[in-house]
Design a protein around this ligand. Structure first.
Ligand code: HPA
Length: 278
């Protein structure tokens, strides 16, 4: 359950630590934390100080701190590190981060991740805009939540990956020399990577990308009525798409070396969506 009062106290604490009032939040995926170095006038708040988040993450590629600052002059909240189901957390832990954002006054969330390519046309190092997701079988992050000040129990997700934000992101991609593809992200709970048979099934079901994060946050954003833009960095071809085995070191290495391109793209997008209040 996402605890409204905890999220509220957490948001009040965060706002007491900074004079900035960002409308855009960015969740940085595995290895994509370099963006925090580009912030000016920033304040860093470890997740351990934020009641609703409680503790840092246990995954080495994720830092576990919130930064509030300016990215090329635009106020942003950067969540460096997220909570994964495979670490032990329930999906509501990832959802609480979004509840906190909402109560901080955030209007739109950019969510990033490392993902495996199920679509054979994608290449390692590609940035892919998420146009939709599939999450079967595991529970919802807002299971048990009822109508509340966040939103209603039943809510629509048809345009959760905002078509307007996707269009702006595509244009921004062109301006920084990135041809951004679009794809459907298929959530798998991990921590094991998938089998080739699972990946073949995911492809048949309409998945282009596979990963172990993002979707719990996005569903909660739907509940809280935040707009969403999702971007994946393809770190490997999914199991069986090529003969190569998948390893975590490669995943982190690819995001690490994509950091400069990634930062340029995100900065451009943040500026554009802020200017036009998309
Ligand atoms: N599968 C699941 N999660 C991932 C992958 C993958 O191939 N690559 C990066 N995150």
């Amino acid at each position: 359950m996402i605890d409204y009062e905890k999220c509220k106290r957490s948001a009040e604490y965060i706002l007491s630590r900074s004079k900035l009032r960002p409308a855009t939040a960015i969740i940085l995926g595995s290895g994509l934390g370099a963006l925090t170095k580009e912030l000016s006038e920033g304040v860093k708040i470890p997740y351990g100080e934020i009641e609703a988040l409680g503790c840092g993450t246990t995954n080495g590629a994720h830092e576990g701190a919130l930064y509030i600052g300016k990215l090329d002059g635009v106020e942003v909240a950067l969540f460096s590190g997220r909570f994964h189901y495979y670490e032990q957390y329930g999906f509501d832990k990832a959802g609480s981060m979004v509840g906190v954002m909402k109560l901080m006054g955030i209007e739109r969330m950019i969510v990033t991740n490392a993902a495996g390519a199920v679509n054979p046309e994608f290449k390692i190092g590609d940035f892919v805009i998420i146009k939709d997701h599939i999450k079967f079988f595991t529970e919802s992050p807002v299971r048990g939540n009822v109508d509340s000040e966040f939103g209603e129990r039943f809510f629509d997700l048809s345009d959760i990956y905002s078509s307007k934000l996707r269009a702006v992101a595509k244009e921004c991609g062109k301006e920084v020399g990135e041809e951004l593809k679009e794809g459907v992200y298929f959530f798998m709970p991990g921590p094991q990577y998938e089998t080739p048979a699972e990946i073949r099934a995911i492809r048949i079901l309409g998945g282009d990308l596979v990963g172990m994060s993002t979707v719990p946050e996005v569903i909660t954003a739907g509940y809280c009525k935040l707009k969403v833009l999702g971007i994946s960095c393809v770190t490997n071809m999914a199991a069986g798409v090529t003969e190569n085995k998948i390893n975590d070191a490669e995943v982190v290495e690819v995001t690490g070396r994509s950091g400069t391109r990634f930062s340029a793209l995100i900065k451009k997008i943040v500026k554009e969506i802020d200017k036009d209040a998309v």
